[in-house]
Design a protein around this ligand. Structure first.
Ligand code: FAD
Length: 287
């Protein structure tokens, strides 16, 4: 299909983009990599009258360290995350997860900002950002505000973004060195969205889990933080019984849709298995 007609704008600064989005109202949408928005437009599921292309705004690109935080510009592509030495050294789970998004063609264009702002429960980055305790910087007509990833998602395609607001940066607290991590994603084939996926970030102390966060992808209409599952492994050396308990506690918060990836019961079942695998692999990697 062919998208409906639209006007194309390419502002050169965040301030100009915000001005455009605010003045054009509901009929305007930011355009990042276009790999979620344009397919929706081709299906006429989205019919924006104005596209505000963010590619002219240099300030939205790049990865920098600010103390204990890694700050990633919203227009940083998934490919740039895969190629970044800082990401590989400081938050390797971001690289591991990026490599599981689609295929190289998509990753060359698709951005971290677009992936987290999109609000599609199938996107891989939002659950990971919850597991990492990330915060999103939003800039709009009323100024700048920061929202935790865990508070950002309100429903499928509904987020905390207000009209006229842009997501400009993603701030990730750098996990301690020696932390363990794993992103486990079950998909039907290479390039597919997750049937179920789990992100685990943890630390060990004397062989026992000291801290743990678990994010879930495509197991509800929003990404989820499996807090009870994470709490049940604290202070414990991971054994099969604890892994099974964590999986059950994670399953208790899942409410996946029944779709082409399987019935809800199946997706909940394999969601628990993703949690167990991610916990196991993360613990094996932790120093
Ligand atoms: P766009 O498509 O340009 O925008 C997406 C939405 O976010 C739009 O509503 C747009 O207005 C809004 N937006 C974008 N940037 C901002 C911003 N800075 N501030 C506010 N709003 C903004 N994704 C996965 O996670 N996992 C997969 O397995 C996966 N498989 C895919 C397979 C295929 C074949 C394709 C085409 C895509 C796939 N994707 C997958 C989606 C891909 O990762 C997209 O790139 C991503 O979801 C959106 O990023 P984008 O930069 O392309 O954003």
């Amino acid at each position: 299909m062919i998208p409906g007609p639209f006007q194309f704008h390419r502002p050169q600064s965040v301030a100009d983009a915000v001005k455009l989005l605010s003045s054009l109202g509901d009929e305007a949408r930011p355009l990042a990599g276009g790999h979620s928005l344009v397919p929706m437009m081709k299906l006429r599921l989205a019919t924006p009258e104005h596209l505000v292309d963010l590619h002219g705004i240099g300030a939205l690109k790049g990865i920098r360290r600010e103390g204990d935080t890694l700050v990633i510009g919203a227009m940083t592509t998934q490919h740039e995350l895969v190629a970044s030495p800082e990401i590989a050294a400081l938050v390797p789970i971001v690289k591991e997860t990026s490599l599981q998004i689609a295929e190289p063609q998509v990753r060359y264009r698709g951005t971290l900002g677009g992936n987290v702002a999109n609000g599609d429960p199938g996107n891989d980055m939002p659950g990971l950002m919850m597991a990492l305790g990330a915060r999103y910087r939003l800039e709009g007509p009323d100024g700048v505000r920061d929202v935790d990833a865990v508070d950002f998602y309100q429903g499928a395609y509904f987020t905390a973004l207000e009209p006229g607001e842009l997501l400009t940066e993603i701030a990730i607290p750098v996990p301690p060195s020696g932390h363990g991590y794993a992103y486990e994603k079950l998909k039907r084939k290479i390039g597919d969205y997750a049937t179920a996926a789990a992100a685990v970030v943890l630390t060990l102390s004397a062989g026992k889990v000291a801290t743990c966060r678990i994010g879930l992808t495509n197991l509800s209409e929003t990404p989820l933080l499996a807090e009870d599952a994470a709490a049940c492994v604290i202070g414990i050396t991971l054994d099969e019984a604890t892994l099974a308990k964590a999986a059950d506690l994670a399953r208790a918060v899942m409410q996946p849709a029944a779709d082409g990836r399987g019935p809800a019961e199946y997706r909940t079942h394999v969601g628990g298995i993703m949690v167990m695998r991610a916990l196991k692999r993360a613990a094996a990697r932790a120093a």
